[in-house]
Write a protein of this length. Structure first.
Length: 319
């Protein structure tokens, strides 16, 4: 029997919203998201937090995976839900992203020489240090009260990890771990009847599919171990690939607003550069949009106005 979220007008949801409303809007202001619709908090964030809090607890933290195209709002949603769990339910949470476990520039340069020049560009399967992610999650899973877990932090403008001294230092074991990534949950597809180049970038730089087939094969390795460890997979489904391009451009502009270092601001991409960058991910993104809604536990449908319009739910609770 399908699990249903409580109605946003349920008394418990209304009380919870009143309890955390100021915190939600304060955080929204701090990350420079202006004029956010109250309905997003009341109808999406609060019910998801209530649902997650209702799940039966195990010895290990519950691992929540968030997936969807670039710029779809995964990290922002994760942060808001974590805030409600902390402030409203006194739960301990932490989170990081697949973007935080990229391989180094040197490692990607080596891949570019051995496999294909496009392997140098971060983002697709094969350009992450998945073992780092698994070890970080394991450390959090089995942490004692006084144990410190270093959670990696990657700087996109610098295209490298920050020094380990600047990584997040989490003490003890959380109740929830949130992990987001644009292709979390994806599975490798058959190379039989492989589609020809999908865009200008593939036509010019990967006409024979050497690169795209490489990262598809990479997806069958440690990534599946990571994705299979999720207790819940939540997807934000956007309307189209065109929406992904626009959302990633908005994400880049938001990043620029939050940067204070003039040198780092110089590394912000132009809109044309963002479009070219996202072309690297179009093939796998189309799979994500078409296939993952068929098996994700929770699917949020997001329209062109950046509002959430529909919700599907898991068929059973975690036991």
């Amino acid at each position: 029997m399908a699990v249903k979220l409580p109605d946003s007008n349920d008394e418990n949801c209304l009380i919870l919203f009143e309890k955390v409303e100021k915190d939600l809007f304060s955080y929204s202001d701090s990350i420079k998201i202006k004029n956010i619709d109250q309905k997003f908090f009341k109808e999406i964030v609060i019910p998801i937090a209530v649902y997650l809090n209702s799940l039966e607890k195990t010895a290990k933290p519950l691992l929540i995976g968030l997936t969807g195209g670039q710029g779809s709002g995964k990290t922002t949603l994760s942060d808001f839900v974590q805030l409600v769990l902390k402030k409203g339910f006194k739960k301990r949470t932490t989170g990081f992203s697949i973007d935080d476990i990229y391989k180094s520039q040197d490692d990607r340069e080596l891949l570019g020489k051995k496999i294909h020049s496009m392997c140098k560009v971060r983002g697709v399967p094969g350009t992450h240090d998945v073992d780092l992610g698994l070890k970080t999650i394991d450390s959090l899973n089995f942490a004692t009260n006084e144990m410190i877990t270093s959670i990696p932090v990657f700087s996109k403008p610098l295209d490298k990890h920050l020094p380990e001294s600047e990584w997040v230092q989490y003490k003890g074991k959380p109740d929830f771990i949130f992990f987001d990534g644009w292709f979390c949950g994806a599975k490798p597809i058959s190379e039989k009847n492989w589609s020809p180049p999908l865009n200008e970038l593939e036509e010019k730089q990967d006409p024979d599919g050497v690169w795209s087939k490489w990262y598809n094969r990479e997806l069958s390795g440690d990534y599946q171990e990571l994705f299979n460890s999720f207790d819940i997979l939540l997807m934000i489904k956007v309307p189209s690939m065109e929406h992904i391009f626009e959302s990633r451009w908005i994400q880049e502009k938001t990043l620029e607003k939050n940067l204070t270092d003039p040198e780092m601001k110089k590394k912000i991409m132009t809109k044309e550069e963002v479009i070219h960058f996202v072309m690297h991910y179009e093939r796998l993104t189309r799979y994500v949009l078409e296939e993952i809604p068929k098996f994700a536990d929770i699917v949020l449908y997001r329209d062109n106005a950046v509002s959430y319009t529909h919700l599907t739910l898991p068929t059973k609770r975690i036991v």
